[in-house]
Design a protein around this ligand. Structure first.
Ligand code: CA
Ligand code: CA
Ligand code: CA
Ligand code: CA
Length: 681
């Protein structure tokens, strides 16, 4: 396991300062192994090389029975690395198989070391490569510059007197069979960074967190996120493009918070992730932040949302777009997984962290993005119950051997493992505390890995009703199984694609229906476009799985294969085909069906409203409306017999309404292209 036994001694008891994980794509598309590693801890914050902690990596492979088995030795022959805080997985050598990059990081003690990479060798195994750097990289971020994988490292802000600076803020690319390492300018204080084509015309920018300024003789007075131009080789720190105050430091309630890393009221930005959040074509940024404090264990943490204004500057939209994540949690994952799990083109965010003595403040999260940049907590509180299950499993299996664990002491880290079908399973890392190794006569940390195949699938299991009040210029939005509402505020001037998923979803427009061209193009798909006459607020929407359109003067139901189809067929059968033009009738039918009333029960209700109470009256009514003639006694007899034998009136309505006579007379095929107007209740 990650800390190797041969390096253990009384100073190095095998503790991991960071318990990191990353997914390793393996086998079929959508299948993953799990890489585990971290950086060790011993000897405190010194630079005594005798206390250096060597760490191993471990790789778990799926056992195809829903669990995992150790697979390290199948893939690599030398698992020793120099500690890391960033496990980065991508295909650097472009051979079709992902490689693994472990940027070196050690804080206890501070020791400069080379980074380690495991490169796919073409035989299904990995070759270990020791890089020609010398680093304590607090952060290393994988970004893609024009499709090329690039590692952007941020060196720990070392004082020259501790251990030298080594290779400062290196940028790594893979060129001609080897890693090219390019050192960039040393900047006071920085702990995190990312690089990307954030500019209006794709200009490169380097963004750094924890950039300190305003030394007052005792402490820094500011510690901010700073956006710099990047010329392809280095940052230009003398011309910052923008200085951004970390979210927590913008909140009055934390103005005087006794934060340790920066000082009073200052926020530590430990990670910066470049990610497209609102799908407007301009790369955005998420910042991982904390006011870690030894004096106040209820320190706040945050995920700051910085939306690109389109010109390479950013707007802090945390309060508006990330309102559901609590600030009263432990620091979130340094090495989260961002992955498109439903082929929507939108990434879901997975954060897993081990938390000590902090059950209520645990920071495991599954975060969903609806595509407008609005983030929703998919799973968080649920981990409390899962933690109880995982720890009681460990206790039931291993208590006799002396192991015991308690989520209130060691809250597990939950590693998300998406499945090819979009389900998300978890592996919990359960810390069972210290354990005495009689052979080595020392105490060691012990972790158990517990497989938790919960099969959470947001497409079907996330039932919150989403209100997208602002599209934030997005061209790609999708929601889940709730009844969702999409407003067109700040709609993109380009074409937009919206998928409402399961549930009765509405797209709402703030002008008259006469300004729009509306057309069903294929199953569950409608195009809604503003006419050329409407030059302001142009809309060009492709709506999938969206059931209703709402305009200022009219509403349209599009789900002719769903509730709207039932309402129309049923109204025609019971009230006559002309009645489908009665928008109130359609609206009442939709309202009842959307609330869950069955086709048959609505049929019975409609018969009552039409005054058909006897078997004869029911059959006569349906025959007249569906067949179009007055039924003879012989025509009616078999149906009257069915009713008298116990069939409900509603069931007979259902049968009659679904006949081809009826679907033809209401022109169901045509309605599937135009939709049907209704008056909402
Ligand atoms: Ca490769
Ligand atoms: Ca964006
Ligand atoms: Ca929905
Ligand atoms: Ca839907």
């Amino acid at each position: 396991m990650p800390v190797d036994g041969s390096t253990l001694n009384k100073n190095n008891t095998g503790g991991l300062l960071q318990n990191l994980s990353a997914l390793l794509p393996i086998g079929k598309t959508g299948e993953y192994g799990i890489i585990l590693s971290g950086n060790g801890a011993s000897g405190g914050f010194t630079n005594d090389p005798r206390n250096f902690v060597q760490v191993k990596i471990a790789i778990l492979l799926p056992d195809h029975l829903g669990g995992y088995q150790m697979g390290t030795e199948q893939l690599i022959s030398d698992p020793y690395i120099n500690g890391t805080q960033s496990i980065l997985v991508t295909d650097f050598n472009a051979d079709g198989t992902p490689d693994i990059f472990m940027s070196a990081e050690n804080e206890m003690p501070f020791i400069l070391k080379p980074s380690i990479a495991y490169m796919s060798d073409g035989s299904g195994k990995y070759k270990k490569v020791t890089l020609a750097d010398s680093v304590i990289n607090h952060s290393a971020m994988l970004v893609f510059i024009d499709g090329k994988p690039t590692v952007v490292a941020t060196a720990y802000p070392l004082d020259d007197t501790i251990a030298g600076r080594g290779t400062t803020n290196a940028i790594y690319t893979f060129e001609n069979g080897a890693f090219k390492i390019q050192s960039t300018q040393y900047i006071n204080g920085v702990a995190s960074g990312t690089l990307g084509r954030f500019g209006a015309n794709g200009e490169l920018e380097m963004i750094r967190g924890d950039v300190v300024s305003g030394w007052n003789g005792k402490s820094w007075t500011a510690m901010n996120i700073v956006v710099y131009p990047f010329d392809g080789k280095d940052v230009n720190v003398s011309k910052p493009i923008q200085t951004i105050v970390p979210y927590l430091s913008t909140l009055p309630e934390y103005k005087d918070f006794p934060a340790n890393i920066g000082g009073k009221g200052l926020t530590h930005t430990f990670q910066l992730w470049a990610i497209e959040l609102n799908n407007d074509g301009h790369l955005d940024v998420l910042a991982g932040e904390t006011m870690w404090s030894s004096a106040n264990t209820n320190f706040p943490s945050a995920l700051q949302v910085l939306i690109n204004n389109g010109d390479g500057t950013f707007k802090d939209e945390t309060a508006r777009l990330n309102s559901t994540m609590s600030l009263n949690v432990e620091q979130i994952d340094y090495n989260p997984t961002f992955l498109d799990i439903d082929n929507s083109g939108i990434q879901t965010l997975f954060f897993g962290s081990q938390n000590f003595y902090a059950t209520q403040r645990q920071s495991n999260y599954l975060i969903l993005n609806d595509g407008s940049g609005q983030l929703h907590v998919g799973l968080h509180d649920e981990f409390q119950d899962l933690a109880k299950q995982a720890t009681s499993f460990v206790n039931s299996q291993y208590q006799q051997q002396g192991f015991s664990t308690n989520p209130d002491v060691f809250f597990p880290k939950f590693i998300a493992v998406p499945q090819p079908n979009g389900d998300v399973n978890y592996v919990a890392i359960v810390n069972a505390g210290h354990w005495y190794d009689t052979a080595k006569t020392l105490w060691q940390d012990q972790n158990f890995l517990v497989n938790m195949p919960i099969a959470f699938n947001p497409t079907t299991d996330f039932k919150k009703n989403i209100v997208m009040s602002d599209r934030n210029h997005s061209t790609l939005m999708r929601t889940w199984a709730g009844n969702d509402s999409f407003y067109a505020n700040n709609a993109s001037t380009s074409s937009a694609h919206i998928d409402g998923g399961l549930g009765i979803d509405k797209s709402i427009y703030s002008s008259s229906i006469k300004n729009f061209a509306i057309k069903g193009t294929s199953a569950n798909t409608f195009e809604v476009k503003t006419n050329s006459t409407l030059t302001s607020s142009k809309i060009s929407d492709t709506l999938v799985n969206v059931e209703r359109l709402v305009f200022t003067d009219s509403s349209l139901a599009l789900d002719l294969a769903g509730n709207a189809g039932i309402a129309v067929k049923l109204i025609a059968a019971v009230f006559g085909k002309d009645a489908i033009a009665n928008k109130n009738f359609v609206g009442i039918g939709l309202d009842l069906l959307d609330k869950g009333m069955s086709y048959d029960n609505l049929g019975t209700l409609a018969l009552g409203a039409a005054g058909a109470t006897t078997s004869d009256a029911i059959v006569s009514l349906l025959w007249r409306n569906v067949v179009g003639s007055v039924a003879s006694a012989a025509d009616k007899a078999p149906f009257i017999q069915l009713l008298d034998a116990g069939m409900s009136g509603g069931e007979l309505v259902h049968l009659a309404a679904d006949t081809v006579f009826n679907t033809n007379q209401v022109n169901l095929v045509g309605l599937a292209v135009t939709g049907i107007e209704y008056t909402p209740l």
